[in-house]
Design a protein around this ligand. Structure first.
Ligand code: ZN
Length: 284
């Protein structure tokens, strides 16, 4: 099937209490691994492509890889711009074939974030593309984003509810204590914020920085209204560990298929485990 908007599965996720994983693509092997995992789990999925990944792979390659994956697997797959930084990049991605976009205006004052996000929603919805907005500042490092612990600010529930009412985004990322990248300790998730916001908006909440969050915390977050969870770091850790080990143990290995193939397998297993944990297995 063709790439779908997140509205193909997010309303069902909110209603039935599961979450759909966004798995970031970094190269061909990631796309193959994530798609295979989806096929084996019969799970809907979201390919996340950051601006950094788009620069690395090329915009048209990103779209082509995702399209082929959706067509050949028959799975409901959304291709989603991760942390889009401007109206211009969002439009560029939609025109190239993205079925979903995130506009991250979280670093703007609330009024400006609402104004800019609304503009993105109007344009995207006109062509059937779903939009994720963000409120509060999620800490950690991811591609072009680098937010120190002091600068990370939790989302204010009243502001989050108003943000959704005015922008009508299809999914809302709010800062609730998770961070991009690896955790040093265990993240302190503010379940009260998730619960309060979720009860007052009509769409699922998005949890960024899903890597390394304990399974029980993930399950609790989903039960309170999280319907989309972003995972990237755990796949990077799992695949790089395999490559490092193989190359260290086999100094003569030069065929990329010999080390990227096993790395792909490691990503697939990681993604499958997440799909089961998120409850999206069997929902495609
Ligand atoms: Zn993020």
């Amino acid at each position: 099937m063709p790439l779908v908007s997140m509205n193909y599965f997010l309303p069902q996720a909110k209603k039935e209490g599961f979450a759909v994983g966004q798995f970031n693509m970094n190269n061909l092997e990631y796309v193959q691994a994530i798609t295979e995992a989806g096929k084996e789990e019969r799970s809907p999925l979201i390919f996340g492509a950051s601006e950094g990944a788009i620069r690395y792979m090329g915009l048209n390659n990103v779209v082509a890889l995702a399209r082929v994956a959706a067509e050949e697997s028959g799975l409901p797959i959304a291709l989603h711009l991760d942390h889009g930084s401007s109206f211009e990049i969002v439009m560029k991605c939609i025109r190239a074939g993205f079925s979903s976009v995130m506009f991250d205006g979280s670093h703007y004052p609330l009024e400006e974030n609402i104004r800019l996000t609304k503009k993105v929603v109007e344009a995207a919805h006109a062509v059937g593309v779903s939009v994720e907005g963000e409120l509060g500042t999620i800490g950690g490092v991811e591609d072009d984003l680098d937010v120190s612990e002091e600068d990370a600010t939790l989302a204010n529930p009243e502001e989050a509810i108003r943000f959704w009412e005015e922008t009508q985004v299809d999914a809302l990322a709010i800062a609730v204590g998770t961070a991009h990248g690896m955790y040093k300790g265990e993240p302190k998730i503010r379940y009260d914020i998730i619960e309060k916001v979720s009860q007052n908006i009509g769409v699922p909440i998005v949890l960024h920085g899903g890597s390394g969050v304990p399974d029980e915390s993930i399950k609790k977050s989903i039960s309170l209204g999280v319907g989309k969870i972003n995972v990237n770091t755990e796949n990077q850790v799992a695949s790089t560990r395999v490559v490092r080990e193989l190359l260290e143990n086999n100094p003569d290995m030069i065929d990329p298929r010999k080390y990227l193939g096993p790395a792909r397998e490691a990503i697939k297993e990681t993604v499958k485990a997440k799909m089961r944990l998120f409850g999206s297995s069997g929902k495609a």
